[in-house]
Write a protein that binds this ligand. Structure first.
Ligand code: GLY
Length: 396
């Protein structure tokens, strides 16, 4: 090699080294932009494949799509994903579709027999109102909030989750996700009683759902007449004493939002403890996508992973990272989760996966239901987390 060629080679190598290694912001922008491009292509096709009121929920073992009708607890996630898709891309077609799929859920306002009204209405109509400020979305949100609040009992100090006759007064950890709706409704509709009921629910749940290690039981069944705890069991976890992965994620997210809405430090402490349980769990795989239950014995190799739990954890940790002065470890952990979810292992190629974004979630393993499938709530919380990440890093 002549000395001239050597100098040129060194300059070229230095250029590539600087571009690839010395500029982490560009690297971040690289994976993020690529991901937003992929989700844009996918959502743009999804809106033509499905019809309002019958939203895509998951993929069944025979390869057909399980649809969520207006009674389905997951029905609000697809419209919500479209609102986030619009915010992430600015594509007016996604906005039009988000509106159409939201309005397809109008009759959810009449549902009274479930706590899932938070998921169903706040993710759809709630995002519609947040994004557009259009007050025509408010009556449905107001009616739904009335029905959800009606499920609160001062005796148990909780909202009742399910009405099935095999339970007395069941409250599941998932219920923590519905509090944000009533905190918002308390302000929007001048109903301070909603907010104090939500604080009571969160305090009661801290006391009765959580173990010493800050893992959570799935279901606590109360005596409706006395408020006494009758039993603590699981519905979707491995055993009554295990840590069902999505349940831990729901609890984390719920307490982060309780702190955000109240400034009450006991909720922040609870959220930090739950975060530590999840982030330092010995069965958390290196790629930070948990198996469907933290206590499955082959969690580190072989047990189906739950991308939905990972997406909820990422969304919650990003929010937590902005609520505390020393938030960097939460941000870094969430960023690692998001990068894994955005890899080919989890993020579907556009046109594949029945137009869902993520692969590999688990609905209810022991019921042989929705195992290793795309699922609508994984996509919703993934998009929410991508939006929070983009805002924190000032990429959007
Ligand atoms: N709320 C039910 C679930 O998380 O699967």
């Amino acid at each position: 090699m002549t000395s001239r060629t050597g100098v040129i080679t060194t300059v070229i190598l230095l250029f590539f080294f600087r571009t690839a290694v010395a500029n982490p912001l560009q690297e971040d922008e690289g994976w993020y932009k690529k991901t937003i491009h992929a989700i844009h292509l996918q959502l743009s096709q999804a809106i033509n494949m499905y019809t309002p009121g019958n939203n895509p929920r998951s993929v069944q073992p025979d390869g057909t799509v399980r649809l969520a009708n207006v009674q389905d607890w997951t029905t609000g996630f697809f419209p919500g994903s479209l609102w986030y898709g619009y915010e992430l891309t600015g594509d007016a077609q996604l906005k039009d579709a988000a509106k159409k799929f939201t309005l397809g859920l109008d009759t959810v306002r009449h549902i009274t027999n479930t706590h899932d009204l938070g998921f169903m209405l706040y993710c759809s109509y709630g995002n519609a109102y947040r994004v557009t400020g259009d007050s025509s979305y408010l009556p449905v949100l107001q009616e739904g909030a009335t029905h959800l609040y009606a499920r609160f009992s001062k005796t148990t100090g909780t909202i009742r989750s399910w009405d099935m006759p095999e339970w007395h007064y069941p409250v599941i950890i998932d219920n923590m996700m519905n509090l944000e709706y009533l905190f918002w409704a308390a302000k929007a509709f001048h109903q301070p009683a909603y907010a104090s009921a939500m604080v009571t629910h969160a305090v009661t749940t801290m006391k009765n759902h959580y173990r010493k290690d800050y893992s959570s039981y799935h279901v606590v069944d109360y005596d409706a007449a006395t408020g006494k705890v009758l039993r603590r069991v699981t519905h979707q976890g491995l055993t009554d004493e295990s840590a069902w992965a999505r349940g831990q994620a729901w609890g984390l997210y719920g307490y982060v939002m309780c702190y955000k809405n109240t400034g009450n430090k006991q909720f922040l402490e609870q959220a930090k403890h739950i975060a530590a349980f999840i982030m330092h769990h010995p069965n958390m795989p290196a790629d930070k996508i948990p198996a469907w239950d933290f206590d499955v014995h082959n969690a580190l190799d072989g047990a189906p992973r739950d991308a939905s739990a990972a997406a909820v954890i990422a969304a919650a940790l990003l929010e937590l990272s902005t609520e505390v002065p020393a938030g960097q470890p939460y941000f870094d952990y969430a960023a690692a989760v998001l990068k894994t979810l955005s890899s080919d292992t989890y993020l579907a190629s556009p046109g594949q996966n029945h137009f869902f974004l993520l692969k590999h979630s688990v609905g209810a393993f022991l019921y042989n239901s929705e195992i290793d499938t795309p699922i609508d709530y994984a996509d919703y919380y993934y998009l929410e987390a991508l939006k929070r990440y983009g805002q924190i890093k000032k990429l959007i």
